[in-house]
Ligand binder design. Structure first.
Ligand SMILES: [Zn+2]
Length: 134
């Protein structure tokens, strides 16, 4: 469960909406959630947090480095807890499902390519748009 020190560590005051939203992100089965999905899940759990508040808090969490925002094509921005290792994403263009993956060969090649161009890799974001074969 959420311990409020996570909020304090991120430099955020502990408020009820922040605690509720952080708890929701930590306990949800779905790792990547849009603001609307967080809002709906809170409503279903009987929590009274407005959509505008959800947006505001998620933006604050992003600024504080607690969550990462992804703007995948053709959908809403989704948020995930910024707690894990680096990973890339696949987005199912039919269902909107987000699948995480890491591939050491891809990671290695990206660094090589960057070096070949005389640069140093700072960050990257790889998104594959996928579909189940019919
Ligand atoms: Zn992810």
């Amino acid at each position: 469960m959420v311990d409020n020190s996570e909020l304090r560590k991120a430099g955020l005051k502990v408020t009820l909406p922040r605690v509720k939203i952080l708890q929701m992100l930590e306990s949800a089965q779905q790792r990547h959630m849009s603001a609307e999905e967080v809002y709906k899940a809170l409503m279903e759990a009987g929590e009274d947090v407005g959509l505008a508040t959800v947006y505001r808090v998620l933006t604050q969490f992003e600024a504080a480095g607690l969550v990462a925002r992804h703007n995948f094509d053709g959908g809403h921005a989704v948020f995930e807890l910024a707690d894990g290792e680096h990973h890339d994403h696949m987005v199912d263009v039919d269902s909107g499902e987000v699948i995480e993956f890491t591939d050491h060969e891809i990671e290695r090649r990206q660094k090589e390519i960057v070096t070949e161009h005389g640069y140093e890799l700072v960050d990257h974001n790889l998104v594959l748009y996928v579909r189940k074969p019919k």
